[in-house]
Design a protein around this ligand. Structure first.
Ligand code: HEC
Length: 224
């Protein structure tokens, strides 16, 4: 009984210390400072073990079909290269500012199984910049990107660009790179975002045309 009381008191002190630490503001949450080595170890070990466990029952389709990998290159370029980089391309500003940094997926593809690559792409990783693409994409749209990632370790910058140039019309991001080939000046990134997410009306505003019926300006609904 005495031991139980001591354990309860020790537990309560432990909980109070954790809660006190959380409220104290002592921990530096900035992305510009690195995690301590113990936090890095804890997070990466937890993350790797979780991915391995969650991915083990995933049924992998035939990824050796070249057409599938070719279909994934536009989507990879549109959805992933900005953060992870691609052969011959460094990550864009957003990717460079993330902590933990987005790894080079050519290396990840050598270390991870296709099922693991699929699971991470679909579900993302909590408290990192890695989004869950499954929130907006069916499995059928994710497997081509996985098939493409398995080819990444063999590709140099020229081969990557050739694949992009020859993949017009494939994947739902096919228009992003179809008309300009070299996808990485600022104007292109802007086009990509606008073409993906905005209405024709937005587009005509951007090109200077007058929208057909200008809406009345209501300050209560204006969010900018
Ligand atoms: C907004 C930035 C961002 C985008 C866009 C992004 N990722 Fe990530 N991704 C990350 C970050 C950050 C990590 C590292 C997470 C960590 O360290 O636990 C990561 C990790 C991964 C990993 C695990 C790699 C490893 O070695 O553990 C895979 C696989 C991955 N991303 C695939 C993709 C794919 C495929 C796409 C596009 C469909 C994509 N990512 C788009 C930020 C991004």
């Amino acid at each position: 009984m005495k031991i139980l009381t001591k354990l309860i008191i020790a537990g309560a002190i432990g909980v109070a210390a954790v809660v006190g630490f959380a409220f104290s503001g002592i921990y530096d949450v900035s992305a510009s400072s690195s995690h301590s080595s113990i936090v890095t170890w804890l997070l990466s070990t937890t993350s790797h073990a979780s991915v391995e466990r969650q991915a083990k029952d995933i049924e992998v389709p035939n990824l050796h079909d070249d057409a599938l990998a070719r279909a994934g290159v536009n989507d990879f370029n549109g959805m992933c290269a900005g953060c992870h980089g691609a052969p011959g391309q460094t990550p864009e500003a957003m990717g460079q500012g993330l902590n933990p940094p987005p790894p080079d997926l050519a290396e990840s593809a050598m270390e991870m199984s296709p099922a693991e690559l699929f699971w991470v792409t679909k579900h993302g990783i909590k408290m990192t910049g890695m989004p869950a693409w499954g929130a907006t994409h069916d499995d059928d749209a994710i497997w081509p990107v996985v098939a493409f990632m398995t080819k990444l370790p063999e590709l140099d910058a020229t081969q990557y660009q050739d694949l992009l140039d020859n993949a017009g019309g494939m994947g739902h991001h096919s228009n992003d790179s179809a008309d300009e080939g070299h996808a990485h000046d600022n104007a292109t990134s802007e086009d990509t975002i606008l073409d993906d997410g905005h209405t024709d009306n937005d587009h005509s505003e951007r090109t200077g045309e007058i929208p057909p019926e200008p809406e009345e300006h209501d300050p209560s609904t204006h969010t900018h």
